[in-house]
Design a protein around this ligand. Structure first.
Ligand code: AMP
Length: 473
């Protein structure tokens, strides 16, 4: 394998990367003025058709890095599957597909399809019959379709494994092997992975041809992604809960994730936080899909400020910029630490990651510090307690459920119009994020006007029709 970690020419622009003028125009429209380090290194290789292993975190711009070359090579005429992007979770699929569609806006007729759980298999089948150019999917669902013959990969030219390390961690290896076996032998095979464990090295050896490994030096990555302030709060055994509470009281937090290693802890901590007046909810693997969707929608639209989650449940969730990541429990594997804190400090903001540690957890810290190549600042908290509940992280928004969605041709403007129009009477500044799902929609509104919003939606109409409206708790 070749390793490309040379510093490269001084800050190349997108113009230096051999991209088409349409694509350059799209990048400009999206406000992407300068390629990130992973983009300037991988795009030329991918355009040249090379197999690549890109080692990059979330937030590095990796999605654009692998999507641009795919889009440059898509042939729109003939609706045949030409590229496939595998992701570990449904949420990540949604996020990646969104980015691909955004970048592909100047390719009229481009069909990008998500194949993951949580979407009715029947509607997937009819869309597949019409033909798609790019599939973004989870290994399980993609394999199902390959097996039943509803997905035809004979013309596929490129496969990307996004977050390949996580897919292996999640036990998708067998599915991925079966998928590889169903693909044409001559193809481009691309892995993106935050870490480079032995398992990835082995899969690269088995499935790629003369791959180039791309790593981005810590300096380059730091320059691209602003530094995350990492701190360790040393707390006596049994005092983590108090430490968390005082942390959340001290920091002005509009979105934070608290990571726990066990489901029961997430539920317990979320309940404790709610009791203490902090707007929080738990996200763990035992939630049914609709409950999970509800919690995530509330978190995205800021009706919940603190999400208490396990790693598995938090995988791939699509929340752009977190103010704070707190490790209530240190993760078992040091790599997980890197994944967790990569969720803060994105989109040009300063990140903050705090780990609560008991005195007997030093070995875990040493392993993490060895992996990230630096020491983490220790902060003694014991003296600062007990804290006053000065300003508990209350949410200013609440979420309303509306019983109509995409299938009822609902669009965000319809809901906004009903709330701010003559009958609604609300000012636009009191309305938050609007999410349209297939059969229902969520809209965030300022708590202070929640009652007025519910009443006016119930009494009035949206698009001339009556819909059910409920406050989401
Ligand atoms: P990712 O690492 O793929 O999760 O991307 C992180 C975020 O950076 C996404 O919100 C992208 O839209 C954004 N992004 C990607 N490339 C660029 C760029 N060259 N300039 C500015 N923002 C970018």
């Amino acid at each position: 394998m070749t390793t490309d970690n040379a510093p490269g020419p001084a800050a190349p622009g997108f113009n230096d990367l051999n991209l088409s003028s349409e694509m350059l125009a799209v990048l400009q429209e999206l406000g992407y003025s300068q390629p990130t380090p992973i983009q300037s290194k991988s795009i030329p290789l991918l355009l040249a058709g090379r197999d690549v292993v890109g080692q990059a975190q979330t937030g590095s711009g990796k999605t654009v890095a692998f999507s641009l070359p795919i889009l440059e090579k898509i042939r729109i005429e003939g609706r045949q599957l030409q590229a496939m992007i595998l992701c570990p979770t449904r949420e990540l699929c949604t996020q990646v597909a969104r980015e691909v569609r955004k970048l592909g806006r100047r390719l009229p007729g481009l069909q990008v399809m998500i194949l993951s759980g949580g979407q009715p298999a029947r509607s997937q089948l009819s869309a597949l019959e019409k033909g798609v150019h790019i599939v973004v999917g989870t290994p399980g669902r993609v394999l199902d379709h390959l097996k039943r013959g509803s997905l035809n990969a004979r013309r596929l030219r490129c496969i990307v494994l996004d977050e390949a390390d996580r897919m292996l961690d999640m036990g998708f290896e067998e599915d991925m092997e079966q998928i590889f076996a169903a693909l044409p032998k001559v193809r481009q095979t691309v892995f993106f992975s935050a870490t480079y464990p032995q398992t990835i090295a082995a899969m690269s050896k088995a499935r790629q041809t003369e791959p180039v490994r791309i790593t981005v030096s810590k300096d380059a990555q730091a320059a691209a992604a602003p530094e995350v302030k990492q701190e360790l709060y040393e707390v006596p055994a049994g005092r983590k809960w108090q430490a968390l509470q005082s942390l959340l009281n001290r920091e002005v937090v509009s979105s934070a994730i608290v990571f726990c290693n066990q489901k029961v802890t997430t539920a317990e901590i979320a309940q404790n936080l709610q009791d203490a007046g902090v707007s929080a909810d738990a996200l763990h693997g035992d939630l049914l899909q609709p409950e999970r969707d509800r919690v995530l929608a509330k978190f995205r639209n800021q009706s919940i400020r603190v999400l208490v989650a396990t790693d598995v449940a938090a995988r791939g969730i699509d929340v752009a910029d977190l103010d704070l990541v707190c490790n209530f429990d240190l993760p078992v594997k040091p790599e997980t630490y890197v994944h967790r804190i990569g969720r803060t400090g994105r989109a040009g903001k300063k990140g903050h990651a705090v780990s609560l540690v008991n005195p007997n957890e030093n070995h875990k810290i040493e392993a993490i510090e060895a992996l990230i190549g630096r020491t983490i600042d220790r902060v003694k908290l014991a003296n600062k307690e007990p804290s006053r509940p000065a300003a508990p992280a209350q949410a200013s928004m609440v979420t309303l459920y509306i019983s109509g969605g995409r299938k009822a041709k609902m669009r965000p403007g319809d809901i906004l119009g009903a709330l701010t129009g003559e009958s609604g009477g609300l000012s636009g500044s009191t309305i938050g994020k609007i999410e349209i799902h297939d059969y229902f929609s969520y809209v965030a509104v300022d708590k202070k006007v929640a009652e007025q919003a519910i009443n006016s939606l119930r009494l009035g109409s949206i698009k001339g029709r009556k819909f059910g409206v409920e406050l989401v708790r």
